[in-house]
Design a protein around this ligand. Sequence first.
Ligand code: ADP
Ligand code: ZN
Ligand code: MG
Length: 486
Amino acid sequence: MSSSGNWEAVIGLEVHVQLRTRTKMFCGCVNQYGGAMNSQVCPVCLGLPGSLPVPNEEAIRRTIVTGLMLGCRIAPVARFDRKNYFYPDMPKNYQISQFDDPLCAGGTVGLDPFLFPKDLQESDEAKARRSIRLTRIHLEEDVAKSFHYEERSGIDFNRAGTPLMEIVSEADLRTPGEAFAFLGSLRQVLLAGDVSDADMEKGQMRCDVNVSVRPAGQQEFGTKVELKNLNSISGVRRALVYEIARQIAAVEKGEAIQHETRRWDDEAGATFTMRTKEKAHDYRYFPEPDLLPVRTDQGLRSAAEKSLPELPAALQDRLMKENGVTAYQASVLAADRALCGYYEKAAAGTKHKATVANWILNDFLATQPDPATTPIKPEYFGELATLVAEGGINSAQGKKVFAELMANPSSPKALVEKLGLAQISDVGALGVFCDEAIAANPRSVEDYRAGKSNAINALKGFVMKKSQGKANPAQVDEILKAKLSA
Ligand code: ADP
Ligand code: ZN
Ligand code: MG
């Protein structure tokens, strides 16, 4: 936003997501990166003449799952098209994609207030809980990956033909913070559906950012610029902050914004012209003649419906209502399903479920645990919460148990004994300490009986010291009062 405050940015994102499937989109090659270059290839994904594509049902199902999670309309019949262009990383000279009849249309991504950048979580834009409309989601094949060396270039076809989902948003976003929250919130849904690992830094989620500016209050959009080469969610935010300021400065100087594609250079912290888009690219789309239309209404859609997860928003609501965790804790748990599963197991064994969330999200998480392999059983946290909440031990002792639990994982009950921490709640034992206190402090006893009720504190202090801090304070108070008024 400009310093003068009378410009508004308009942002739309095109997000490519690599689907986690066993094989590629149209052939049987393994969908896997790394390893020896060009080792996962065949005539289909190398684009050799005469080879024929066979669609990957798992990729189609995962795209439908994504569409259902985001509230899209699922096309009963979807089609594949050829998008024609020439580029060395795509030897067929066309990419199989979807144009007129994509698998999913419409839908929304709700912006999770806790997935805004940390410095904006208390801001009005985060609290607005906006929902961003999607235009469509379609399925296509990825192209190969080019590498540029000093004198030559190389191409790795392991990526060629892997399933790629493109999620296109409406131009509903208004700030860099919202774009950041959009990507985080979308990623959370993709993870929940087990659709993709969606890690931008690993290229599993790639994002093209479209941005324009207009005078606040104007309906019509300004000329958009497309930003490329963004490889982290925070990079998207930085690129937008820079680009919006650049566009505002230009229009304030009376310059027209060029319809162009710009590259973000994270080190320089600036965008640079890549190519201008004077002529719209003509991809000469036409229906892919080698593939039948995809019928989703004959089992594919119902299979997808069966594998729908609990969505992040619903999970957060449930954790807040049933377990009493805070909105922030619910968001952290929903963002990490492994941790959430661990927490739910821990909470199942106690009625003090909010306390378990505190132990796990404050104390345990600080030790950077791997919930899948940690030797600390989730049940231990349920036990610890019950011990502290129901008077067995106080919270300072709870911290000691926690530290011991991290060092020597075993049942907190056993650890309390090992550390000699259990509170003494036995009336007989406490009565003995109280009698000693009364015998050793005649002054305080006299004062108390004369009406100075504070004098009892000296007696309590005596009992606590004698019991090495283990006496149950509430019971000591009760027993002393009874003895003194006898
Ligand atoms: P193109 O024809 O250049 O691919 P589209 O209309 O398909 O453009 O939109 C691509 C993306 O750009 C979408 O996410 C859309 O919401 C966004 N977008 C379109 N127009 C604008 C604009 N004027 N300012 C910002 N984003 C825009
Ligand atoms: Zn192949
Ligand atoms: Mg377009």
